[in-house]
Each structure stands twice: as structure tokens, then as C-alpha cells.
Design a protein around this ligand. Structure first.
Ligand code: FAD
Length: 309
């Protein structure tokens, strides 16, 4: 392990909308923020073709939106470090020592965790090929593109149920594909879903393959009970089988929920001096504008915290 090579007032971890917005606000407040970029500069949106719900842009590619945020943050004075955070330790005098993937260390008075989450994948042929070409992980983002089309949601939890109900506002037909013969979702959500005549359940079913030409046009389903396979024609497939939070490096230090999402009230975590914003926060809306909004809010609380130290 190398010696500490940098002292900072605040280190922001993650370069998605939450981390970058925080760094823009923190830089404008004169806090000289350091930002750990992580493995994916720009976060989840960087590979998204079209975003149509970020205010101010009727339509913008995820790459353009995030490159704008990255250059704005850097031009305002944010110091970018192209490393990931591996561990946080707290000292007796309330400083934090951050160990980076390079082995180097940073000492800081405040940390903002904005490391987001990754969507779980089915791991079937065609999933990567047709990602953003019919295959989506976000009905709120892409659902309106499927007006009067045939779509399916995979999953059995609350998110899958809510995605199916949202899609039924646009699509002609919505299938809910689930490996079991009952849902895990809360009962009141299930009742709403069962009374929705645009939604058809495909129980005991899993996707074997996603097919198409330039865009997806069908999936191959396997009925687990009957051990039989059948094709299903679809214009869109929404995968809602859960997300994995990027919080492994801090779970010993701060409180998380059962799934590993950080518990935070007004962006403040259970450890004074560590803040969290965006998708990594338990109960977050998992939308870019929400993450950016929390990024702005957290910068204000960090400024208050540093001022009071
Ligand atoms: C395919 C897809 C399409 C979407 N479309 C839309 C849309 O149209 N509209 C919309 O509002 N939302 C959309 N979303 C949701 C949106 O992307 C997220 O809500 C948003 O990106 C969350 O921002 P964030 O900053 O919290 O986290 P993220 O964007 O997940 O960014 C997290 C950052 O943290 C970094 N990181 C992770 N671990 C570490 C570590 N240990 N050390 C350092 N850095 C780390 C990552 O590299 C990344 O840069 C979409 C999501 C996906 C997956």
C-alpha cells in the first residue's frame, strides 16, 4: 500500500448524474472536490441511446448528456481521479482514509457515495445484442416508445409489477413472464395487476433466447413445469429481475438495507461525514433527474458539514 498522496475536503465517489452534479455544485462553492470516476465514466446512462425525460432536452443520447456533465464538472475545477474506491477507514479525529484500486490513499474530511447500481441481467443469448434495441431495463425511460405494441416484463417482484402496470398505459398487450406460479410483489400491487385486462401472465416460464434482426422481434420461452419451448412475438422486453448496489466497500461502516442500498436521510448516512446520493440510496427513484437532484442537495449538506467542523 502506498502512502497517502492527497488530502482533500471532500471526495465524491462515482461519475454518474449524482456524483457529477454534486461536484458541479461543490466546485462552484469553492470546495475543490476530488471525484473518483470508477470503471464506467458517466455511469449507467453512458451507453443509453436516447433519453427523453431529462428536463431541458426533448431527446438526447446518454453519452452526450454525460459527456456534457463530465466536461462541466472538470471545467469548474473538479479533480478527476480515474480509479475505484476499494475501502473506507475512519480515523479517531473524524477523517476518512480512502484506499483506491491503484493502492494509493486519499485522506478527506467528507465523502459522498454516488456509486449507483447495476441492473441484473438474464444472461441469455441475444440480451447484449438487442440491449437498447428492444431490450430495456427501465419502463419509465423507454415505455412510451411502445405505444400500441406488444411488450413483456420479466420478473415477479414489486418493480416488475409496477413496470407492467406502467407499460399497460401505452402498449396494446403486456405479458408478465415469471419463473414461478405466483408473484413476490406486495398483495395490493398484485390485486391491481390481476384486474388489469391488458396484462397476461406467463407463469412457470423463463426466457431461453432473444431473437431479431436489427431490433428484437421475439423471445423463446421455456415452460419449466411442462419442459416445453414456444416462441413469443414481442416488440419490447423489459427486464426487472433486480439491481445490485455498488456498496461493498462501505457496508462495515454505514447502515444499508437488506439488499445493500445505503440508508440515508436527506443524503446523510449513519456515519457522520459520509453522505450518499442517487441510485445507491435505499428507496431512490432510480432516475437520472432524481440522482442529479440529490447530487445538488448533498453538495449543500457537505458544505454545511465542513463549515461546522
Ligand atoms: C439502460 C438504462 C437506461 C436508462 N434510461 C434512463 C432514462 O431514459 N432516463 C432516466 O432518468 N434514467 C434512466 N436510467 C436510470 C439512470 O441511468 C440512473 O437512475 C442514474 O444513472 C443513476 O445515477 P447515479 O449517479 O446514482 O449512478 P450511476 O449512473 O450508476 O453512476 C455510478 C457511478 O459510480 C461508479 N462507481 C461504482 N462503484 C465505484 C467505486 N467503488 N469507486 C468509484 N466509482 C464507482 C460507476 O463507475 C459510475 O460511474 C437508465 C438506466 C439504464 C441501465
Amino acid at each position: 500500500m502506498e502512502d497517502t498522496y492527497l488530502n482533500s475536503e471532500v471526495v465524491i465517489v462515482g461519475s454518474g448524474p449524482a456524483g457529477l452534479t454534486c461536484s458541479i455544485y461543490a466546485a462552484r462553492s469553492g470546495l475543490a472536490p476530488v471525484l473518483l470516476i470508477g470503471n464506467v465514466p458517466g455511469g449507467q446512462l453512458i451507453t443509453t441511446d436516447v433519453i427523453e425525460n431529462y428536463p431541458g432536452f426533448k431527446s438526447i443520447s446518454g453519452c452526450d448528456l454525460m459527456m456534457n456533465m463530465l466536461s462541466q464538472a472538470e471545467e469548474l475545477g473538479t479533480q478527476f481521479i480515474y480509479q475505484s474506491l476499494e475501502q473506507i477507514e475512519q480515523t479517531d479525529d473524524n477523517l476518512f482514509i480512502l484506499s483506491l484500486s491503484s493502492g494509493e490513499r486519499i485522506t478527506t474530511k467528507a465523502v459522498v457515495i454516488a456509486t449507483g447500481a447495476t441492473h441484473r441481467r438474464l444472461g441469455v443469448p441475444g440480451e447484449s445484442e438487442f440491449s437498447n434495441k428492444g431490450v430495456s431495463w427501465c419502463a419509465t425511460c423507454d415505455g412510451p416508445m411502445y405505444r400500441e405494441k406488444r411488450v413483456a416484463v420479466v420478473g415477479g417482484g414489486n418493480t416488475a409489477v409496477m413496470e407492467a402496470m406502467f407499460l399497460s398505459n401505452f402498449a396494446e398487450q403486456v405479458y408478465l413472464i415469471h419463473r414461478r406460479d405466483s408473484l413476490r410483489a406486495e398483495k395490493y400491487l398484485q390485486n391491481k395487476l390481476l384486474s388489469n385486462n391488458r396484462i397476461e401472465f406467463l407463469w412457470n416460464s423463463e426466457i431461453v433466447r432473444i431473437s431479431g434482426d436489427k431490433v428484437m422481434d421475439s423471445v423463446l420461452l421455456r415452460n419449466i413445469v411442462k419442459d416445453s419451448e414456444s416462441p413469443l412475438k414481442l416488440d419490447g422486453l423489459f427486464i426487472a429481475i433486480g439491481t445490485t448496489p455498488s456498496s461493498g466497500f462501505c457496508r462495515d461502516l454505514i447502515e444499508t438495507d437488506d439488499d445493500g442500498y445505503i440508508m440515508a436521510i436527506d443524503t446523510k448516512t449513519s456515519c457522520t461525514g459520509i453522505f450518499a446520493a442517487g441510485d445507491i440510496v435505499s428507496g431512490s427513484l432510480k432516475q437520472a433527474i432524481f440522482a442529479a437532484g440529490q447530487g445538488a442537495l448533498v453538495a449543500r449538506y457537505v458544505e454545511e458539514y465542513l463549515g461546522a467542523r
